[in-house]
Design a binder for this molecule. Sequence first.
Ligand SMILES: [Fe+2]
Length: 357
Amino acid sequence: MTHAENANIMVVDDEPANLKLLENVLKTHGYTVRSFPTGRLALAAAAQNPPDLILLDINMPEMNGYEVCERLKSNPELLTIPVIFLSGLNTTEDKVKAFQTGGADYISKPFQLEEVDARVETHLKLHELQQALELQNDHLEELVNQRTEQLQVAVKRIESTFDQTLQALGGALDLRDNETAGHSQRVSRYSLEIAQAMHCGEEEFRQIALGACLHDIGKIGTPDAILHKAGKLNPEETEIIRKHVRNGYDMVSRIPFLSPAAQIVLTHHEFYDGTGYPQGLIGKEIPMGARIFSVADTLDAMTSDRPYRTALPYQAAQEEIVRCSGRQFDPDVVQAFLGIPEQVWKRIRVELDSGSQ
Ligand SMILES: [Fe+2]
């Protein structure tokens, strides 16, 4: 930034006497002065070495002052340079036009040198303040960007810690529910794989992963005697165990940003044909995350060891999923599932198994 007293001023006038006069008087104030007899020469010089202020005549051959000013203002690098018109044109219309083309001020000829002095000084100071303000704005903007970036990193870290905590909770639920270790995490990852094939959005991904992980959280409230009963459940016991979806929903939906995940918890036992519970929702009434989860859950349940049987091969799970397409499962989700090669599921299982040891 240039201080006003060391300012670099450009004078443009086709009248040599005016140029000389202005140059002399401005130099006595310590300004650096460059004089140009035409607008074309002045524009070229301004582009090379931008001045802090321009005194500009209007009536000149080749290019008049209005045009010079317009060209100057169309260049983002030169846009803020104050232009003071100096002209013998004295109608209101001429003056208005000067301001419309971007002029900062207008001095009528014949001019008083004291007036030129005073106006030059005022506009240089204004320009200086404007530049200082812009610099401060840039600095503030940079500071805000930095802080925003730091905040985003902190939020990501908190989200990640939160997700890990919920995953640990899912793992604890697996143990109590006689599920195979890692069921919640696998179902979560399987669901994400299918969600990707269904072209779900990034925020949906996170909610699907968390919803899948916490799907049976409501079983915390189910008595052990029912949860671990070896034989068939009677109607009352079935009714009690079915309450886990509503209980789970009540727990998770208390956390505002988990409300989409809570929807998955509530609807993870709904069937595509409307025969599921608790609401008997049909088809696309069931949230996408829950429709995806159903397929992932069946895949993992069938291909994992259970207390009463060893794991079934992938082929058996695939056949069951296809068989239940349109009944338990959304046919679109089944199609997306079928498009994913068996190796992908195997890789996820191996990855999670090696990570948990
Ligand atoms: Fe469940």
